[in-house]
Design a protein around this ligand. Structure first.
Ligand code: GTP
Length: 584
């Protein structure tokens, strides 16, 4: 597999492993985050149910005060009336929010009906209050007053099942927060029972009249519940984790106010047998109200604490998820960067170097584009440059060798004196004449030229002059013999012209031209008067009889011999060739 592919597969595997591990851990935190979100929703819903209950309980205090006031005489009537309207608005708003939450509940229908009943009861109770409030205090019968108060208590009781449902649901979803939620519920119940207890004293105090025995029994039962709940409250309400000074402070307010002041006052009023209570309903309600509010405050603090704890957990899970996400993204970026760097620093330089080396091997000496600036890449490029230099030297040597061998070959085939091809060159074409005869094509022609009476020139004028004559004769032959025909120094004072594609007539014409050229102008040499030189010619051509090179040479040689014999300075065509000429 290629390095690039290996790198990619490696990076993909690494990423897959990192993604797998991250996903596994992420899924754990995501589960925790979802759980915390559900817990928080459950706690918020329970808190909203408690708030709705508290709002309905709280509405009673200003309503009860209003019923003990004279609409015409009491100066505070209008402000209490406004307070009643405000508290009713707050109750309605809290119930509205509760209704929204109920829509998302599993038992939305049953809880919705329960809430509708509570609202209907509340509307009835408010109507009863409003009807009584329009009358003068003297016109309000104790029975009607009590009935209105009872209706409001009853309307508040209608919310208890809903609070119970939300409590159980929150307890199931957020079991860790059960202790705090229990505490909040106890405080909510205490607030309601304390409010009811106070409400039950409103009629006796307003009238004033003794508390009837039945009501006294009911109040005793409530008082018992309150004591039970008080006992359920732990002495030490210290919560782990956060600073809970605020809880301790409100708790002591509750102990002093509700369990101390309110219950003591209530107990004293219940215990007094006569109708002279020494305090009127409005004043009593006003005194009790802050103590009941302290219970609500404490409950609020507990719920806030529970929700804050869950929110902390949720934030921590969210942070972990973010961290893992950031880690995974960073890892992906890192892995891709490493891959890219490896590609740029290793793979690409290697591929380009490979291309350059292959180019060198194929004779391309150009410097190819390069990549990578690492030490290793530079070393690789230096090695390629060295290889190129060696390759260039090798090529240069090869060229020189080639030229040398061409020169040698040329030299081996050239006659040093005349510069014509030598006999060896002719034998390259004809082959070894002493060996197996080699066939020739009919187009081949041969003219053998032998200088006449050359020995006397040598003898008379010396070899140097003889050489000069040979060079001059060779020059005149070369002048007339053009490609594709070739001129040779066949040996001593003998020359040969090998033709290709000439008819016998053309061949004889060429031989005659050469003869005239040799015998034409005399040859001058230093210290020698003009030398007249002639030569004899034997001409032959391939045909049906002359079919090998040996045949051709023999035919030309015989003709030359004949030319010599007939008096020299003439040409003789081989007889077979002459037949051809005649036919031609
Ligand atoms: N100067 C010189 N003489 C050479 C060379 N090669 C051969 N010879 C001479 O050429 C002469 C040839 O003489 P012969 O063979 O008797 O021929 P010839 O004198 O030309 O007489 P015919 O051919 O019969 O006309 C000899 O004297 C050789 O020494 C050479 O390279 N230089």
């Amino acid at each position: 597999m290629q390095l690039q592919a290996q790198l990619r597969v490696g990076a993909a595997l690494l990423l897959a492993v990192a993604a797998g591990i991250s996903s596994y851990v992420f899924a754990g935190y995501a589960q925790g985050y979802r759980q915390s979100t559900r817990n928080l929703q459950a706690l918020t819903s329970f808190d909203q149910a408690l708030k709705a209950g508290n709002a309905a309980s709280t509405e009673r205090a200003p309503s009860n005060i209003l019923l003990s006031l004279d609409p015409h005489s009491a100066t505070s009537y209008a402000s209490i009336q406004a307070e009643v309207a405000g508290s009713r608005q707050r109750t309605d708003a809290a119930l509205g929010q509760l209704q929204q939450l109920i829509r998302t509940q599993p038992q939305a229908d049953a809880e919705g009906s329960q809430l509708a009943r509570a609202r209907a009861s509340l509307t009835q109770a408010r109507a009863a209050y409003d009807a009584l409030a329009r009358h003068m205090p003297a016109e309000r019968s104790p029975q009607d007053l009590q009935a209105a108060i009872d209706k409001l208590i009853e309307a508040r009781s209608e919310l208890d099942p809903l609070i119970g449902d939300f409590y159980h649901q929150a307890q199931q979803l957020a079991p860790d927060q059960t202790g705090i939620m229990q505490m909040a519920r106890i405080l909510s119940d205490l607030r309601e029972y304390g409010g009811r207890l106070a409400s039950m004293l409103v009629v006796p105090l307003s009238t004033p009249q003794p508390i009837d025995p039945m009501r006294r029994l009911g109040m005793a039962a409530l008082r018992g519940h309150i004591d039970e709940l008080h006992h359920l409250m732990p002495g030490d309400m210290h919560l782990p984790g956060r600073n809970d000074d605020d809880i301790q402070e409100v708790r002591s307010r509750v102990e002093r106010g509700f369990f101390g002041h309110t219950l003591a006052m209530t107990d004293a009023l219940v215990a007094s047998q006569g109708a002279d209570y020494g305090i009127r309903a409005a004043a009593f309600t006003s005194q009790v109200r802050p103590d009941l509010m302290a219970l609500e405050d404490l409950e609020d603090l507990f719920m806030l604490r529970a929700m804050a704890q869950v929110a902390d957990t949720q934030r921590a899970e969210g942070r972990h998820m973010l961290l893992i996400g950031a880690f995974l993204v960073s890892f992906i970026v890192f892995a891709l960067s490493v891959l890219r760097a490896a590609q740029n620093l290793v793979v690409r330089p290697l591929l380009l170097a490979k291309r350059e080396i292959v180019g060198l091997a194929n004779g391309d000496l150009r410097r190819a584009p390069r990549a990578g600036n690492s030490m290793e890449a530079r070393a690789l490029h230096e090695a390629i440059d060295t290889l190129r230099q060696q390759h260039m030297r090798g090529m240069q040597l090869a060229i020189e060798r080639d030229e040398l061998s061409k020169a040698l070959r040329r030299q081996a085939h050239t006659d040093a004196l005349t510069g014509l091809h030598n006999r060896h060159a002719l034998e390259e074409i004809t082959g070894d004449l002493s060996a197996e005869p080699v066939r020739l094509s009919k187009g081949r022609g041969l003219v053998l030229i032998d200088i006449d009476y050359f020995k006397p020139i040598n003898d008379e004028h010396g070899h140097i002059v003889g050489d000069l004559v040979l060079r001059e004769v060779a020059g005149r032959i070369r002048h007339l013999v053009k490609e594709p025909h070739m001129a040779f120094r066949y040996g001593g004072e003998e020359f040969a012209v090998l033709t290709n594609g000439l008819s016998m007539k053309e061949l004889c014409q060429l031989a005659e031209d050469i003869r005239r050229a040799i015998s034409g102008d005399s040859i001058s040499a230093p210290g020698v008067s003009a030398l007249s030189v002639t030569a004899s010619f034997g001409v032959a051509k391939g045909n049906t009889v002359v079919i090998t090179w040996l045949d051709l040479l023999n035919a030309a040689d015989t003709a030359l011999y004949q030319a010599k014999a007939q008096g020299r300075n003439q040409l003789v065509a081989a007889p077979q060739s002459t037949d051809d000429m005649l036919r031609a």
